[in-house]
Design a protein around this ligand. Structure first.
Ligand SMILES: Cc1cc2nc3c(=O)[nH]c(=O)nc-3n(C[C@H](O)[C@H](O)[C@H](O)COP(=O)(O)OP(=O)(O)OC[C@H]3O[C@@H](n4cnc5c(N)ncnc54)[C@H](O)[C@@H]3O)c2cc1C
Length: 502
């Protein structure tokens, strides 16, 4: 194999795969390197105890015909092959609080969303409408989310708007305020920091339309791999990049842990920027820049309880559930007290058959400090190993606490479970390389929007970044970031034109 490429992409999460697919479609000779045995990162699904589990794609928004993600996925060639099923139109997410038997639904389409919540809070209809109009208005001001060119940064004042304050300013019923904010597990919301645009871009895409991947998020990874190869690209798995080698201010090649070398004209990293900087051999990055990037706060990680159900014992839920024991703590989930854990969870069921679910993932926040005793243990593909009995005991205790809360809120749940396993932030740290097992990478902060803004360009002209740490995370956010990254090479206007015309 010729070891010189136009573009070398490091990391095959959605960001790396999509960038490779777009660039190879546009005639570049692309090499994609992935440290794990399989491509996909958070897109991966896996089988255990006879059921399929998602790593990080429970549902996706904006995929109806004509909507932004649909248009980009169509251009790349992912659609119509991607098998999707639409979540319940009248309630894709169900919000539950404490012992309150009331369930609040987020319906798809703005009309449905407004009608459903106005039904539960009749006096608040005008506020609900105002909130929706404002959210749509904010989304319109992010040009790339509408496939138009333009800059994020000329809208600085929008990046400084706080999500919690904005939500609370539209409606006065505290329960409704909390209902609006209850899906903030989707972005690990922090009351005093999370900017409103994060809430708006994510929420808006699901209200537009909300979907599950019928055969798991892995489908996206497999289809994109096929597209890259069909476009003439090369993918190498089990290739962990350990060094990005620069000479005279330009990257010349990358090296893998097993000492393979790959040369390129341009390099794109789908890794967290602090990992990218750590492996780049250069004096081009100033100390202040290195410090800024390495000291960035990352979003919290999660403890995940994955259960496989007994045959035909748990009904298929065509929606997701967000639960909080105390509704007034909707914005304090990441700052939990150990003695009260768990106080909230999100429940996502897996694939269904004959009206029954085969599996479910239950997710609750977990601070990395809880994992301090095992922080130096590493599970890698080459040495899967165990972190020891005390770690297994820790996880088992957590699993039982989470089971108790889920059982209390869904009587009979436990008796449906055939088998279970758990994941912690350490699992994510070692699987995708995300620092401290962070769920979504760099935490956006409306108080310091520029500090937490990561551009695709770096100080090294032929080294670009992509993935969830730029702009917004999630399937839509990472897709838009891939456009930004590829736009640096193809020209963003020309790329957008091709997508619009497709
Ligand atoms: C638990 C969880 C649930 C989620 N649920 C949803 C959801 O329902 N909907 C949604 O839209 N989003 C969801 N997300 C977010 C979404 O999955 C991510 O934002 C997105 O997939 C991240 O893509 P990425 O390419 O930036 O990074 P990643 O998927 O993290 O990919 C990075 C890749 O780089 C590889 N890599 C790391 N280091 C090296 C190296 N040295 N050399 C080579 N390769 C390397 C990793 O193995 C990995 O494959 C969820 C995330 C999590 C964690």
């Amino acid at each position: 194999m010729d070891n010189r490429f136009d573009i070398v992409v490091i990391g095959s999460g959605l960001g790396g795969l999509l960038s490779s697919a777009i660039l190879s479609k546009n005639g570049y000779n692309v090499l994609l390197l992935e440290k794990n045995a399989q491509v996909g990162g958070c897109l991966q699904s896996y089988y255990r105890d006879g059921a399929m589990f998602e790593t990080g794609v429970h549902y996706i928004g904006g995929l109806d015909s004509g909507q932004t993600l649909h248009r980009i996925f169509s251009y790349v060639g992912l659609l119509p092959a991607l098998k999707l099923s639409r979540l319940d139109i009248d309630g894709f997410d169900i919000i539950r609080f404490g012992n309150n038997k009331n369930k609040f639904a987020y319906a798809q389409t703005y009309e449905g969303f407004i009608d459903t919540l106005s039904g539960a809070f009749p006096k608040e209809r005008a506020g609900i409408e105002g909130f929706c109009d404002y959210m749509k208005g904010i989304c319109r001001r992010f040009p790339l989310y509408n496939l138009e060119s333009g800059n994020f940064l000329d809208k600085l004042e929008m990046l400084e708007i706080n999500a919690r304050e904005t939500i609370n300013s539209f409606v006065s019923d505290p329960i409704l305020q909390n209902v609006f904010a209850a899906n903030n597990l989707l972005y690990a919301g922090v009351g005093e920091k999370t900017p409103f645009y994060i809430h708006a871009l994510i929420f808006n895409s699901y209200i537009e339309s909300a979907w599950r991947c019928v055969e798991g998020g892995k489908q996206i990874a497999t289809l994109l791999s096929d597209i890259i190869k069909a476009n003439g690209g090369t993918i190498i798995t089990s290739a962990e990049v350990s060094r990005i080698v620069a000479y005279n201010g330009q990257v010349t090649n990358v090296e893998t842990t097993d000492k393979r070398e790959f040369e390129g004209k341009f390099f794109i990293s789908d890794l967290h920027p602090s990992n990218t900087i750590a492996m780049t051999q250069t004096d081009v990055f100033r100390k202040a820049y290195i410090n800024r990037i390495t000291e960035l706060e990352n979003s919290i990680g999660a403890f995940i309880l994955n259960v496989a159900f007994k045959k035909e014992s748990f009904p298929y839920l065509n929606h997701n559930v967000y639960y909080y024991s105390d509704p007034s703590k909707v914005w304090q989930g990441t700052n939990y007290q150990l003695k009260n854990w768990p106080e909230n969870y999100a429940l996502f069921v897996g694939s269904g058959k004959d009206g029954y679910s085969q599996s479910a993932s239950i997710m609750s926040y977990m601070q990395f400090s809880e994992l301090e005793p095992w922080v130096n243990s590493h599970n890698t593909v080459s040495s899967p190993g165990s972190r020891g009995d005390d770690y297994e005991e820790f996880k088992e205790n957590k699993a039982q606490l989470l089971f108790e809360l889920v059982e209390r809120t869904n009587p009979g749940f436990r008796s449906s479970v055939k088998a279970y396993h758990t994941l912690t932030p350490l699992s994510f740290r070692d699987y995708t390389g995300t620092p401290s097992g962070s769920l979504y990478g760099v935490l956006r902060d409306c108080n310091e929007p520029l500090k937490t803004f990561i551009p695709a360009r770096t100080k090294i002209p032929n080294l670009l970044l992509t993935g969830q740490n730029l702009n917004v995370h999630g399937i839509l956010g990472v897709t838009v970031s891939s456009l930004v990254t590829c736009g640096e090479l193809i020209g963003i206007d020309s790329l957008l034109e091709k997508i619009r015309k497709h």
